[in-house]
Each structure stands twice: as C-alpha cells, then as structure tokens.
Design a protein around this ligand. Structure first.
Ligand code: UDP
Length: 472
C-alpha cells in the first residue's frame, strides 16, 4: 500500500471565482466540518494514484480539504494482476456489460479477499477509531468490515454505474453485496446507480468537480498551447520557432514539459490550423475509442479538413486497468485497416504517466486546441473529461449516458447522441459543429457557465460536509 502525498491548497483561491455568496456558503460548511471532525482523519483509499477520473478528483479535493484544515489522507492499495482482472470484471458488470466474460464465483471471492487482506492489515496501522474512511470503487469494498471492527466510520463511494439494471449489473452487485454490510453511508454519482437493496436513507449523491487552477485546467495562452503541442509532437510546428513549454505546477512551482508523447501516425502531426476532434480517455472499452475512429472516418465530411486525435495514458501507467493494452491494440489494428488518406488524419497518442502535472498540462493544451471534444462513451459514471472540456469553452459531442447527462443539456451546453452506438448521428453532430463556428462558440460559452455554476470544488466539498454531518 502506498500513501500519496497531498499538497495543501488554500480554498481561498477558489473564492475569487465563486463570488461572496457561494464563498459564504462554503465557509459555513467548512467550519461545521472542521468542528465535527475535531482532528479525526479522513482517509481515502483507492487503487491507482494516476490515470482516470478518481485519481484526478482525489488530487484536487484532498488538497483543498487539507488547505481547509481537514486531516485528509490518501492511500492506494496493492493488488495482483489476478485481483485487478477480477475488479475490472466487476467494474464492467456495474456498467452493464460482461467485460472479459469470466466468472465471479467462490474462487474469485477467495482471490479478491486474499489480495485485500495485507492491505487491510496495513490500513489498520494507519486508521484510528473514529476516523472516517472513504473507500472508493469495487477494488476497496472488501476492506470495509475490518475497518469497522476497528472503530472506523466507513463510507463507500462508487464512481461507476448504469442507469438501467440488467443481468450483468445484478451479477456485479451480487459479488459486492456481502462486503458492503458494514458500510454506514454510500456515495453515488447518480441516484440511479444505487442498487435497490441499499437503504435510500444511506445514499448520498455527490458529483465530481474540477480544480480551475490545476495544471489540467489552468488558463493557457494560444502560444502556450501551441508550444506544448508542438514540443510533444501533437501538432505540426508549421515551420515556426518552438516556443516555451513552461507551466505552473499544482503546488505553484514552475514546471517544463520535457517528454514527447508517443504518437502513432503515418505522416506529420495535424497542422496547427486544421480543426481537431479530440477524445481523451483511458483505453477502456466503455470509452469506445474505435467507435470514434469509425465515426470520424465514415461520417465526418472530409471537406472540413479535420483531423482526429485520440489520447490515452501509456498502457503501463494505470496500475488497476488490465484492459488498457488489449484495447489500445484493437485501436491500432483498426487504424491500420483504414486507407492511407484516412490514416493520415487520425493520430493515436499515448502519454507517459510519470509526472501527473506534465500529463495534465499536455491534456489541457490538447483540450484547449480542440475544435470539438468527443466523449463517445457507451456508459459513463460521470465523465470528468466532459467537464474539463466545458471549462475550456469547448463544444462537446457526447453520448447521452450516465453522468454526462447531468453535465450537458442537449443543444444548450453541447450535443448529446441518444444512441451511443449510432456512428452516423455522432459524425453528423461533429460535422454540424465544424461547419458552424457560431453554434460551436455558443455551446462552448454555455458549457463554461454550467461548469462554473455546478461543478467547482466548493460544491463538492459542501456535499462531503453534509455527508459527515449525516454520519454523526
Ligand atoms: N486523462 C488524462 N490523460 C489521458 C487520459 C485521461 O489526463 O491520457 C484524465 C482525464 O483528463 C480525466 C481523467 O483522466 O481527468 C478521466 O476521467 P473520466 O471521469 O473522464 O473517466 P474515467 O477514466 O474515470 O473512467
């Protein structure tokens, strides 16, 4: 088990953005939470420190919680490849699909419990009675009972889910249910994600948030965007001089992008004046990266001169995701099957994950450069990438699934595709934005307003404060 270092950030810096009324609401909630916790720790446990939305939101939230005087901690469990195969299977089931189709029987329960045992042993040396432990996602659910025995207050936050239950969600929940008996409160991104056997009184709905000042979201000038994208090989330099790649890290220090991104492409990177369609996602089947490629190749009019960049983490970078390698391989195979003229306009990029701030600034630059941001997920817990694009005034084309529908009202803050497998509709929506910059700008502006009103850290922390009050 690894403890992730959390740099405290003073929530005061959010205040200038949210105005006096929200700042007062936030301060009231923060005072109540501090008084209630009275020095007790809030220990978060998940299964990866980098890659994916949960790691992203823990980075942000815990930094502000610490800056606000809460003793927030973050631990990452260790697991074997067999353990992560099982937990990925459960994850897929909760999204309503069978994943690798493997079993979830007594042998899997035994392997799951065995892998968690040493993690629980370590946790017990970190957690004192009365501490609040927030367990994130299926990987950590099996820690609940031992932590409760030791007097911790245990909350389980599930970031995944499916609006409609089916045989697969039922199987996934059947696996997890015995581990959740001791949990005192549950957090879901949407109420629809909670199975009906959980007492509704114990369910809290909390949506994620983003940090406007983090490297992922901080403002960048067009020159800075260009500098980072040219240096990393994500856009062509157009014969101009390479500008600086200096940026501000999460802790306020200066960083410099000095790694290239590994890009699979036949020709040069996209010209910097070509409209770019971008999807940033882990290489996960539910993100449907191949579907984005097919829709782009077959249904986005070539006359726009657009290129597509799909960007994901380097597949060794996300410890708890065994699907990454095979899904990337499928994408590469599909890409190779396209005629050269199509391949020339599609770029598959893998970012090395060694330095989270560097990954973040590269992702930030790519999202800002995008003419259109796609999130063509087949299912989605929340979809932080959508929020990140909205914050950057980008027009988004996304599937009408899961938490995406809480972020975007169709045609007001972006475009939603009713059927996530409808490639033609997806391609037509992208084409309509490429053809109509006024519409694209209007949706992007409304998207920013929505992100600002609903999805900054003050809202998120206030909902946690309410949860802690409810636990008492
Ligand atoms: N991400 C990134 N670089 C990548 C792929 C993903 O920085 O190459 C980040 C992305 O910006 C977002 C998070 O990983 O912050 C993905 O969160 P989301 O909720 O969209 O999906 P999840 O991975 O949790 O299913």
């Amino acid at each position: 088990m690894q403890e992730v270092d959390i740099q405290a950030l003073d929530p005061v810096r959010l205040m200038e953005l949210i105005g006096p009324v929200r700042a007062q609401e936030f301060e009231t909630a923060a005072v109540a939470a501090r008084r209630l916790l009275d020095g007790r720790r809030v220990v978060n446990v998940n299964s990866t420190a980098t890659g994916g939305g949960v790691a992203e939101l823990l980075q942000t939230l815990l930094a502000y919680a610490r800056g606000g005087g809460v003793d927030a901690r973050w631990h990452v469990i260790d697991g074997t490849p067999a353990f992560f195969d099982i937990t990925k299977r459960i994850h897929n089931h909760l999204y309503g699909v069978p994943g690798d189709g493997g079993p979830l029987g007594p042998a899997e329960h035994a392997a799951y419990e065995e892998a968690l045992r040493p993690n629980a042993d370590e946790m017990l040396s970190v957690v004192a009675p009365g501490d609040i432990v927030l367990l994130h996602d299926p990987q950590t659910a099996g820690l609940a009972a031992r932590l409760r025995e030791e007097g911790a207050r245990v909350v389980w936050r599930c970031h995944v889910g499916c609006d409609e239950s089916n045989e697969h969600t039922a199987r996934g929940w059947e696996f997890l249910r015995p581990y959740l008996d001791d949990v005192e409160a549950f957090v879901f991104t949407r109420r629809e994600f909670a199975p009906d056997w959980i007492d509704p009184a114990l369910v809290h709905v909390i949506t994620p948030s983003l940090d406007p000042f983090a490297a992922k979201n901080q403002a960048l000038s067009p020159e800075e965007v260009r500098g980072i994208l040219v240096y990393t090989g994500l856009v062509a330099d157009g014969g101009r001089e390479e500008p600086s790649t200096v940026f501000t890290r999460r802790d306020g220090s200066r960083g410099r992008v000095d790694r290239r991104v590994d890009v699979l492409q036949t020709g040069p990177p996209p010209p910097d004046d070509a409209p770019l369609l971008v999807q940033v996602s882990r290489w996960d089947r539910m993100k449907d990266m191949p579907g984005v490629m097919r829709a782009f190749a077959d249904h986005v009019d070539r006359s726009h001169g657009a290129h597509l960049t799909l960007m994901g983490p380097s597949v060794h970078g996300v410890a708890d995701d065994p699907e990454g390698g095979p899904v990337l391989d499928e994408c590469v195979e599909l890409w190779r099957s396209f005629p050269e003229a199509v391949r020339n306009r599609i770029h598959l990029a893998c970012v090395p994950m060694h330095d989270p701030d560097e990954v973040a600034i590269i992702t930030n630059a790519l999202q800002r450069h995008a003419a259109v941001v796609a999130q063509k997920s087949l299912a989605e817990g929340f979809g932080l990438t959508v929020l990140e694009a909205m914050w950057k005034h980008r027009p988004v084309v996304a599937s009408r699934v899961g938490g995406i529908t809480d972020q975007i009202v169709d045609r007001r803050h972006g475009l939603l595709i009713d059927d996530p497998t409808d490639l033609e509709a997806f391609g037509a929506a992208v084409g309509s934005l490429l053809a109509d910059p006024v519409l694209a700008a209007r949706l992007g502006a409304a998207a920013y307003e929505r992100a600002h009103a609903e999805f900054l850290g003050d809202r998120h922390l206030e909902r946690y404060a309410a949860l802690f009050l409810a636990l008492e």
